[in-house]
Ligand binder design. Structure first.
Ligand code: PHE
Length: 350
C-alpha cells in the first residue's frame, strides 16, 4: 500500500472518530493522536525525504490537505460541543415565570390597639386637643390622692395594683394625668383640652376580659362653663367616629370618686342597631366608657378654682373598643404576639 493510501485511510478513520466522539476530552485525544508530533501524518511528512523528488510535492500537498481537513473537522466538532453545552446550560437555567414565587419578606403592621389609639388621637387633634403622654410609674399622690381617693378609702379596692414602694406604683388608670396637666396648664391662655393614652396596670386575675395590663385614653376639658352637654356632644363625636354615624349614646348614673356627677356611657349596638343580639346581650346597648364632670376636689387638688372653672373627663379602653369592633373574644390575644392574630388587622390602619 502506498503512503497516499495510508493517509487516505487515516483520514477516513479519523473523520469517523471525530464524528462519533461524545465529549471534548475524547476529541482532544483524537486531535493529539492525528495531528500531534507522533501522529502518522507527521510521520508521513517526515518520510517524504525518502520519496522520489517528483512525488514529494504531490504527497506533501496531499498530507497537508488531509491535515487541514482533519483540523477543520475537529474545529467543527469542537464548536458543536460548545453549542451543546450552552444549550444544556440555558435549558437548566430556564426560569419558569408561571411557577409560584419565593415567599416574599413579611411586612409588619401597626398593632391593632395602636391603630385604634392613633385613630382616636387624630380625631381629637382635629378638635383642638393636645396629646399628652404620661408615666406608667406614678405616685400614689397623683394616681389616688389628688383624684379624690384618700389613703385607706374603700374606692381603692376597685383599683388595686402593683406597688413599687409605699408612694410609688404602676398607675391603675390614666386619670392621674388630669391632675398633672391641670397643674401645668396656664388658664390665662385658654381652655385645657387634652387626651392622654397609655398603658395601665391592675392586680386583676387575667381572663378573657381582664388583663393585668391594658390601655386607656383619658380625656379632659377644663374651662369656664363646661357642662354635661359638652361631654355628651364630645362623646357622641367619638363613638360615631369609632362605631359608625348611626350610633346613639345614653348616660347611666355611676360612681367614680373623681367625677361628680359620674356616668357610664352606652352606645346603641353597632351589630344589631339596637334591637338586641348576642353582642349587646339582648339589650340593644353596649357600655363603652366612664365619664363625668371633674369633681371640685380634683380641681382644687390640682390648683384650679372650682368656683371659676369646671370640666369634664372621660376614660375609654382601646382594648375593649377593639374587642367590640373586631369581635375579639379574649383580651389576652392582644398581648400574645401571635402573628396569625396580629396580621388579621393589616390594612385596617386609618
Ligand atoms: N379612671 C376611670 C377608670 O379607670 C375611668 C374614668 C376616667 C372615669 C375619667 C371617669 C372619668 O375606671
Amino acid at each position: 500500500m502506498s503512503l497516499k493510501d495510508d493517509l487516505e485511510k487515516l483520514k477516513e478513520e479519523g473523520l469517523k472518530n471525530i464524528a462519533e466522539s461524545d465529549e471534548p476530552s475524547e476529541l482532544n485525544d483524537i486531535r493529539v493522536r492525528l495531528l500531534g508530533k507522533k501522529s502518522p501524518i507527521t510521520d508521513a511528512l517526515r518520510q517524504m525525504k525518502d520519496l522520489p523528488a517528483e512525488e514529494r510535492p504531490k504527497v506533501g500537498s496531499f498530507a497537508n490537505q488531509i491535515k487541514e481537513e482533519i483540523a477543520n473537522a475537529i474545529a467543527e466538532q469542537q464548536a458543536e460541543f460548545e453549542k451543546m453545552m450552552i444549550e444544556a446550560k440555558l435549558k437548566s437555567e430556564t426560569i419558569d415565570v408561571t411557577l409560584p414565587s419565593h415567599k416574599t419578606k413579611k411586612t409588619g403592621t401597626m398593632h391593632v390597639l395602636h391603630q385604634i389609639i392613633a385613630d382616636i388621637e387624630e380625631l381629637f387633634i382635629g378638635l383642638g386637643y393636645q396629646v399628652i403622654n404620661g408615666s406608667e410609674v406614678e405616685e400614689d399622690k397623683y394616681n389616688f390622692e389628688k383624684m379624690n381617693i384618700p389613703k385607706d378609702h374603700p374606692a381603692r379596692d376597685m383599683q388595686d395594683t402593683f406597688y413599687i414602694d409605699d408612694e410609688l406604683l404602676l398607675r391603675t388608670h390614666t386619670s392621674p394625668q388630669q391632675a398633672r396637666t391641670m397643674e401645668e396648664h396656664d388658664f390665662s391662655k385658654g381652655p385645657l383640652k387634652m387626651i392622654s393614652p397609655g398603658k395601665v396596670y391592675r392586680r386583676d386575675t387575667d381572663d378573657a376580659t381582664h388583663s393585668h395590663q391594658f390601655h386607656q385614653i383619658e380625656g379632659l376639658v377644663v374651662d369656664k362653663n363646661i357642662t354635661m352637654s359638652d361631654l355628651k356632644g364630645t362623646l357622641e363625636i367619638l363613638v360615631r367616629h369609632v362605631f359608625g354615624a348611626e350610633r346613639k349614646i345614653r348616660f347611666r348614673p355611676s360612681y367614680f370618686p373623681f367625677t361628680e356627677p359620674s356616668v357610664e356611657v352606652d352606645i346603641t349596638c353597632f351589630a344589631c342597631g339596637g334591637t338586641g343580639c348576642k353582642i349587646c346581650k339582648g339589650t340593644g346597648w353596649i357600655e363603652v366608657l366612664g365619664a363625668g364632670l371633674v369633681h371640685p376636689n380634683v380641681l382644687k387638688n390640682s390648683g384650679v378654682n372650682p368656683e371659676v372653672y369646671s370640666g369634664f373627663a372621660f376614660g375609654i379602653g382601646p382594648d375593649r373598643l377593639a374587642m367590640l369592633k373586631y369581635g375579639v373574644e379574649d383580651i389576652r390575644n392582644f398581648y400574645l404576639n401571635d402573628v396569625r392574630f396580629i396580621e388579621q388587622f393589616k390594612g385596617e390602619e386609618a
